[in-house]
Design a protein around this ligand. Sequence first.
Ligand SMILES: Nc1ncnc2c1ncn2[C@@H]1O[C@H](COP(=O)(O)OP(=O)(O)OP(=O)(O)O)[C@@H](O)[C@H]1O
Ligand SMILES: [Mg+2]
Ligand SMILES: [Zn+2]
Length: 387
Amino acid sequence: MSTSLLDQVKAALATVNDPEIKRPITELGMVESVEVGDDGVVDTKVLLTVAGCPLKDTINRDVTAAVSKVPGVTGVNIDLGVMTPEQRQQMREGLTGGAAQREIPFAKPGSLTKVFAIASGKGGVGKSSVTVNLALAMAQQGLKVGIVDADIYGHSVPAMLGLADSRPTQVDDLIMPVPTASGVSVISIGMLKPRRDQVVAWRGPMLDRALVQMLADVYWGDLDALLLDLPPGTGDMAISLGQHLPSAEIVVVTTPQEAAAEVAERAGTMAEMMHQRVVGVVENMSYLPCPHCAAEGKDHRLEVFGSGGGERVARTLTQRFGTDVPLLGQVPLEPTLREGGDAGKPVVESDPTSASATVLTEIAGRLAGRSRGLAGMQLGLTPSSRF
Ligand SMILES: Nc1ncnc2c1ncn2[C@@H]1O[C@H](COP(=O)(O)OP(=O)(O)OP(=O)(O)O)[C@@H](O)[C@H]1O
Ligand SMILES: [Mg+2]
Ligand SMILES: [Zn+2]
């Protein structure tokens, strides 16, 4: 009788994932002991990966919830401890399969993760907004998604996702990406600075190390898609990316106004230099839906920044590469998009029926649909990715 209750409790514990690593705590060696008393009270010792783990409240709550559900359990006592260096080492080896360090999983042949680098000719065109919304929309569509904020000038991605004050947990030299509420994993170059207020002039080799660190030393698990927010223009970061992840596909963000030739030229040069593919163009701030006409149910678009930029960039790049570089979509100028970013809840989540969210969701579907790692296919190949 009590053995079977213990088994049920263990099964319940196996349903609890570590919030950062996203694998069952039982599998990670985090459950050191579990006992059930004759009175139905469960005593368990759970080991955190590091002392002061920021997510210990979540683990505490999830363990309590899971174990309390087992019929016959009358109470749960959780003793939170910390892994020893040896236990952490064991966990690390389990996670990385004992692989050599500094290996970028996405660059390995046969990787099922689609990598999209979001690029623009100049700053302020909405690159970060597009990155976070595409990522969240893909996650809504059932994909496992990661974001690398590689913009050395801005690193605004964490704030847009409500993670401005978050720092990644580090288990020895393995870094855990910060999860958003909806489960997208995020790492920002701003999180790698030893101190937040430190001003770092990211250049050449240092930048290269930072990019490799974000790709190789971060435990991403099995992702369907990884999106990178690149610094505007061509530069050291783009060169590093091309060297370390030549399979990354470029998505160019532009406004309708921009001198098409210039943007296309820069994006094209970068992609050509790196032997990377440009998969499409997103035109942002395409038009302002006229609020007066919208109130009357009419579609009247105010072309605040002119028109045709996205179409022109797409056409120029298509000619240059001789392969189809489509205009993936036109995202309207909407206050709700800016507000979502400012509030840390991007528009595809905060206002999913708005015009901008609808277009961004459509673009995400188009990009995800082209993905090598189709959800169903991947399920069969790597069952361990389904945690
Ligand atoms: N379609 C839109 N409608 C309304 N506001 C927008 C839209 N796109 C972007 N914005 C706003 O414009 C500002 C700049 O956008 P964002 O930070 O995404 O651009 P960026 O290209 O990443 O800029 P930077 O070069 O500074 O990194 C933000 O305040 C954002 O909320
Ligand atoms: Mg930005
Ligand atoms: Zn009008």
